[in-house]
Design a protein around this ligand. Structure first.
Ligand SMILES: Nc1ncnc2c1ncn2[C@@H]1O[C@H](COP(=O)(O)OP(=O)(O)OP(=O)(O)O)[C@@H](O)[C@H]1O
Ligand SMILES: [Mg+2]
Length: 1014
């Protein structure tokens, strides 16, 4: 029996069994209480003994029955099967006793059994440590099955049936409405033992998957067979974790052997077999003598005698021993008296002679499967066999899991063969066989290979689980992906196997594995030791057993030992076995370990991880602080992360009482989310809610600083459908508010943000003035005002000044400023401003060197693509479209601007201040590809938007485009459009645009410009 590794409560996958005597109350009246007690006691002991025999735990006596758990305290991968075997045995034994009582006392007895599998919380519950028990919905449902069962029957839920099917015969009784269950439960009646003995039998029944890989291993087995054929007896042990394919490898190999005339005999270990002595040896001998399961005794004896005497007449004197051992003793030939040890030795010797008879012409192949479940007696006999079979034509094959090492491991004729997981390409092939080749399945191999670590059993089960959960549609071998796979969970069958392996670990190792599962898929040794609270010696011992057992591997040895989970599923299961409270404590300890062990220079990069541990460790305030740090660090380089982290800060702070710090974080987290709203998109209502909440908290706390930033977010920032003059008013008010706060950073940041309004209003003087103010406040300290609204104020300021120079036709100065700005933006890690600067550089080069401009614009799109910032990406695409138009790549231009528009639309609720400008670009592209009518329509609309919103920078450009579009479509009003464009451009001092207008006019010609509609 196993030891309980730990007494704290755990979440476990188990099978719960309830058994009672039906109608016991009526029966009790017929009998004297004392007599009745005796009967019940006998009844209880039948039930309890059966539970113990299958290594279950009697949880409690219920008055007229028992509750038993299989799979706890120690997990068994076959917990459901064990419960069913126990149930069958109980039904039999009780029926026998009942028949006895019916005969002797005329009493009528029968029992009912209910079985269910699922998760429970198991552990010592009750005062002063209490006794071991399981609680949870799973228990209740098992009890309901018992209540539902007819007398003399055992009923299973679908959950238990799923684990037991194949191994046991089940009859589907259909769905039942069960009190306390949210949906009907499918109920099965347990009818008997099924055909399948091993997982492979089950697989055979379902149809084997195509055998993949394993060329090398088959070759090694062939070699060993070759040696045996040459009279050089050999033994091979295939070692691997459950499900890797040990049995399947043998199956394939044995088929080849049989076809070559090799005699094969097999024995199969059973998970509950340790308590049944000599099971594998008995199985082997029965298979050797060809004795069937229910063979009459006399016939069996004849077979034994016949075969052994044929091999060697000297076996005659061993026959009594053999008969006795095989359970068919001959009353006429009793076994001589001897000690158990002597008996065992004699048997081993007989076995050796049977197997090793040198005169045999045929090679003999013996296969012992699942040796890790072998009992001591059988193991000793096998040792004897290996010692004594040298020089015979025998090959003995074993397989077992890594936690077992056979005592003959060092023997010369023995070779251990470690079976590795499937290779990537084998997984791919297996998946093609299981799931098919529908294009919708593309890209599934990688994640499945990763998740299962190339374990074919896990792969098969995951595919089945995905099909059952409706992620895959169709039939085996021809599935389609029905919906994207998010979190598909661990199949219960796989979970049972993994949980049982974990439970066989000693206490420290198991705890260490659980702690590691909380820390991550790869963990540093020091952090692990600290979080687990183990001393170096305990730690070393526990780690060794985890590495040797194949749970963890050393992913790195230097400079620090890093340990990683061999497959993610183990981690998921180890994580899932812990109670939420225990897990939270480990998360908190993990965060602490990271903070203490890591160099502060690494804090930024680790902040999100630390915050995550703190959050799950219920250290809310600390979690909010570290999340804020992580959000700052993510910044504009990873806007999606930043937004998510700020939202996390907000949610964490909401759980805390309002104090100075929490109030500040509450406002700040909302303001920063709003900052990302115009960059990556957010619904209008969400923005309004955030702004409203922030305003309320900031006002309550008289936080001028935040109120100024809030005004930036609601009235000044890009991405709103601004009306030009109002926008400028809002900017002035915000600047005033910031100045009143006296905060240098804020004063600079607000001016930087507000400057854009002057630009869109085509007020170049105002634009330069406010930028100069900002640059003066900043001085040469680049950090002033940085990262509040815009990344680098200096870079942005220099870029803006370059734009003004450009409008003054001072191109060299402009280029110089752009270059300086770009360098600063890159140095200060501000990819966002850098992308805007590149757009401006491209536009500056457009006239002089369209190819170079195009190259810059293209590169800019690539770079912003990685940013994940919709605003900048849409802008970069628009600018590319512009460069493409000049370079006469019209189709490409249309594509770019349409993509720019689509991106923006999808992320934001409105078109923003650039709507008119994007519109005119699209109109130009449409006209250029010959879709004049559409182009005209879009151009009219773009011009209208610019006019109505008084976006004076874009308006004359839109009018010029309208002139073009009208001319191209042969519409009226070409001259008027030119005039309007020119008038506004002149008024605003948009000189580069005036050049465009002149050029375009010349191109279209005065006649065309005046041409009436045809
Ligand atoms: N090379 C392979 N190609 C295709 N399928 C395989 C391969 N190896 C194993 N399988 C399938 O994976 C499943 C598990 O294999 P198998 O039962 O041989 O594992 P095992 O290592 O013997 O596990 P256990 O230790 O639990 O007995 C089976 O359904 C088997 O058919
Ligand atoms: Mg096997």
């Amino acid at each position: 029996m196993h030891e309980t590794s730990k007494d704290d409560a755990e979440r476990k996958q188990v099978t719960v069994l309830f058994a009672d005597v039906s109608g016991s109350m009526d029966l009790a009246e017929q009998e004297d209480p004392e007599e009745w007690r005796k009967i019940m006691q006998r009844f209880f002991s039948i039930l309890a003994d059966t539970v113990t025999r299958f290594e279950g735990t009697v949880d409690k006596f219920t008055g007229d029955g028992i509750m038993a758990i299989f799979g706890a305290p120690v997990a068994h991968e076959d917990h459901a099967r064990r419960a069913c075997y126990a149930a069958l045995q109980m039904l039999d034994d009780v029926a026998e006793y009942a028949a006895e009582l019916r005969r002797a006392k005329g009493l009528n007895f029968s029992t009912r059994i209910g079985i269910n599998s699922g998760e429970v919380v198991a552990g010592a519950i009750g005062e002063g440590g209490g006794s071991y028990t399981a609680i949870g919905h799973t228990v209740g449902l098992a009890q309901r099955m018992e209540a539902l069962a007819e007398p003399g029957k055992a009923y299973l839920t679908e959950h238990a049936a799923k684990l037991a099917r194949g191994y046991l015969d089940l009859r589907d009784l259909g769905e039942f409405e069960i009190k306390g269950a949210s949906r009907p439960v499918q109920v099965f009646e347990l009818e008997g033992v099924g055909e399948a003995r091993s997982r492979l039998d089950l697989a055979r029944e379902r149809g084997f998957s195509r055998f993949v890989g394993r060329e090398r291993e088959l070759a090694r087995l062939e070699e060993a067979l070759g040696r045996a054929n040459a009279g050089e007896a050999a033994a091979v042990g295939v070692v691997a974790e459950p499900g890797i394919g040990k049995s399947r490898l043998y199956l394939e190999f044995l088929e080849r052997c049989r076809s070559e005339g090799v005699e094969v005999f097999q024995a199969q270990g059973q998970a509950h077999g340790k308590s049944i002595p000599f099971m594998p040896i008995l199985q082997m001998l029965r298979s050797f003598f060809g004795i069937a399961d229910n063979e009459p005794e006399q016939q069996a004896r004849e077979k034994i005698a016949g075969r052994s005497l044929l091999l060697d007449p000297a076996f005659a004197e061993d026959l009594p021993l053999m008969f006795d051992f095989l359970g068919v003793p001959d009353p006429e030939r009793p076994v001589p008296q001897m000690s158990p040890e002597a008996r065992q030795r004699s048997l081993a010797e007989v076995l050796c002679r049977l197997v090793g008879k040198p005169s045999r012409r045929q090679t003999l192949l013996l296969v012992f499967e699942d040796l890790h479940w072998v009992d001591e007696g059988s193991q000793a006999m096998l040792s004897g066999l290996i010692e004594g079979f040298g020089g015979t034509r025998t090959l003995v094959l074993f397989n077992y899991r890594p936690e077992y090492t056979p005592p003959w491991a060092a023997s010369e004729c023995f070779e251990a063969l470690e079976l590795a997981p499937l290779r990537r390409e084998d997984t791919r092939e297996l998946l093609r066989d299981l799931a098919g080749e529908d294009p919708s399945l593309d890209g599934l191999d990688e994640p499945i290979h990763e998740r299962t670590g190339g374990n074919p059993f896990f792969i098969e089960e995951i595919v089945r689980e995905l099909a059952e959960a409706g992620y895959l549609e169709g039939e085996r071998g021809a599935y389609r992906l029905a919906r994207p796979i998010e979190d598909a969970g661990v199949p219960v069958t796989v979970q049972a196997v993994l949980a049982a392996r974990i439970d066989r670990l000693d206490g420290d190792s198991k705890q260490l594995l659980q702690v590691a599962s909380v820390l991550g898929k790869e963990v540093g040794e020091e952090a692990l030791a600290m979080a687990a609270g183990l001393d170096p010696e305990e730690m070393e011992r526990a780690l060794r057993s985890l590495v040797e057992g194949g749970f963890l591997y050393e992913a790195q040895l230097y400079p620090e030992r890093l340990l990683a989970f061999r497959h993610p599923l183990t981690r998921e299961v180890a994580y899932g076995t812990q109670l939420a409270e225990q897990r939270a404590a480990t998360h908190a300890a993990a965060a602490q370990a990271l903070i203490e062990l890591e160099a502060p220079e690494r804090y930024d990069e680790l902040s999100a991880l630390i915050a995550d541990h703190l959050r799950q460790g219920d250290e809310t305030l600390e979690a909010a602080r570290w999340s804020a740090r992580a959000a700052h660090w993510a910044g504009h380089s990873r806007p999606h992360d930043a937004l998510r982290l700020w939202r996390q800060v907000m949610e964490l702070v909401a759980e805390l009482p309002e104090e100075e710090e929490t109030a500040a974080l509450a406002v700040h987290s909302r303001l920063l989310q709003l900052q990302y709203a115009w960059r990556i998109g957010m619904s209008r209502s969400e923005q309004e809610r955030l702004a409203g909440e922030a305003e309320e908290i900031a006002t309550r706390n008289e936080d001028l600083h935040s109120l100024a930033l809030l005004k930036v977010a609601t009235a000044v920032r890009p991405g709103l459908d601004h009306y030009g003059p109002d926008w400028l008013v809002a900017v002035r008010e915000t600047v005033e508010l910031a100045d009143r706060s006296g905060d240098r950073h804020l004063r600079a940041a607000v001016r930087g943000a507000g400057a854009y309004a002057y630009l869109c209003n085509a007020d170049f003087e105002g634009f330069e003035r406010i930028l100069d103010e900002m640059l003066e406040i900043v001085g040469d300290d680049g950090s002033v005002g940085a990262g509040i609204v815009l990344g680098s104020p200096i870079a942005w300021g220099l870029m803006g000044k370059g734009m003004v120079r450009r409008e003054k036709l001072e191109f060299e100065e402009a280029e110089d400023l752009f270059e300086r700005a770009l360098k600063i933006a890159l140095d200060e890690d501000d990819p966002e401003t850098a992308s805007w600067i590149r757009s401006n550089l491209a536009s500056l080069l457009i006239r002089r060197d369209p190819e170079a401009a195009l190259a810059i614009a293209r590169r800019n799109v690539e770079l912003t693509d990685r940013l994940g910032d919709v605003f900048s990406r849409s802008l970069a695409l628009s600018n590319l479209a512009w460069a493409q138009l000049i370079a006469e790549e019209f189709e490409g231009a249309l594509e770019s601007v349409e993509e720019s528009e689509r991106l923006y639309r999808e992320a934001m609720d409105s078109g923003g201040e650039m709507e008119g400008w994007r519109g005119q670009l699209r109109a130009r592209a449409l006209v250029s590809v010959g879709r004049e009518e559409e182009g005209l329509e879009v151009a009219e609309e773009a011009a209208r938007i610019c006019r109505e919103r008084a976006m004076l920078w874009a308006y004359p450009v839109a009018m010029l485009t309208l002139a073009r579009a009208r001319a191209a479509a042969g519409a009226d009003g070409v001259a008027e459009a030119f005039e309007e464009a020119e008038r506004v451009a002149r008024e605003c001092g948009a000189t580069t645009l005036l050049m465009d207008i002149e050029e375009e006019r010349a191109l279209i010609g005065p006649e065309a410009a005046a041409k009436p509609r045809s």
